[in-house]
Write a protein of this length. Structure first.
Length: 277
């Protein structure tokens, strides 16, 4: 049984394959084993992302864990993960449209039992090693930017780096609204938002959340969608660039899934799912 439905994984693979550099299928001297096809390794990495299992567990007669790690590093060096996410976001913006009038930023702590780069003592998990993702989303939960840091990093210092990632999205509307939780309730936050022409709607400290929820629910939904992938919920990778690869791949899947869901009622295409996903 495939890890993802065909209506989701096929468009991902088509665009992913278009970004791959050309590689010879055989060795120039005619020796060595034939190169494992990129499609097999792509499907294996999707399974690793979804189930969160080790590379050794997902290996079988088609490929071992070493080609998985080696090909993953090749794709990271080529920056395919970042290009793929950027293309998916552009496609969503053209077909559906990003809601950039209402933005939201929030942090999420996940487990990192093996430690490594961008990790710290988790304040919500008895001081065990963990990571924090500071995520920016539009008004419908589409990911716009992400910053990875240690779990012991407060949300407020990560606001400025997360705002800088919005430059990849393109020009923002005039004075959009940024929705933040009480962890950002400080004069430093208001100054950072004012310098970038953003209107801050920040929940005040000490007040019940249901009274001042605001429009933060899209980024909360985005955290839930991202944590549905086992590799990010319990990440054993030690290098930050590898973690960013998995985050970018998960965010691309989220964008494409949301694109197909929203486009189902607006467009028709040959491989359109029979039911709205």
């Amino acid at each position: 049984m495939p890890a993802l439905p065909s209506w989701l994984v096929e468009p991902l693979w088509d665009q992913f394959a278009a970004l791959l550099p050309e590689q010879p299928s055989t060795h120039p001297l005619g020796c060595h084993r034939p190169r494992i096809t990129d499609r097999i390794l792509f499907d294996k990495l999707i399974q690793v992302l979804l189930f969160g299992c080790a590379y050794e567990r997902i290996a079988d007669h088609t490929c071992s864990e070493r080609p998985l790690r080696r090909r993953r590093d090749e794709w990271i060096a080529a920056g395919i993960d970042q290009h793929l996410e950027h293309i998916a976001r552009q496609a969503y913006d053209r077909m559906i449209g990003l809601n950039l009038k209402d933005l939201a930023i929030d942090g999420c702590i996940t487990k990192a039992p093996c430690g490594g780069e961008a990790t710290g003592r988790s304040p919500v998990d008895r001081g065990k090693q963990g990571r924090k993702r500071s995520v920016a989303s539009d008004g419908h939960g589409i990911p716009l930017g992400c910053v990875i840091a240690g779990a012991n990093t407060h949300d407020s210092p990560l606001l400025a780096p997360t705002l800088e990632t919005l430059a990849d999205v393109g020009p923002l509307p005039t004075r959009p609204t940024m929705h933040l939780d009480p962890g950002y309730d400080s004069d430093k936050t208001r100054t950072a938002l004012a310098e970038r022409g953003l209107i801050g709607r920040i929940a005040a400290k000490g007040k019940p959340a249901p009274v001042q929820t605001g429009n933060r629910w899209p980024v909360e939904c985005l955290h839930a969608w991202t944590n549905a992938y086992g590799k990010l919920r319990w990440c054993t990778e030690r290098r930050q660039r590898v973690v960013e690869f998995w985050v970018a791949l998960a965010r691309t899947i989220i964008i494409v899934r949301r694109l197909i869901r929203r486009a189902w009622t607006h467009y028709r295409w040959q491989t359109r799912p029979q039911r709205r996903p």
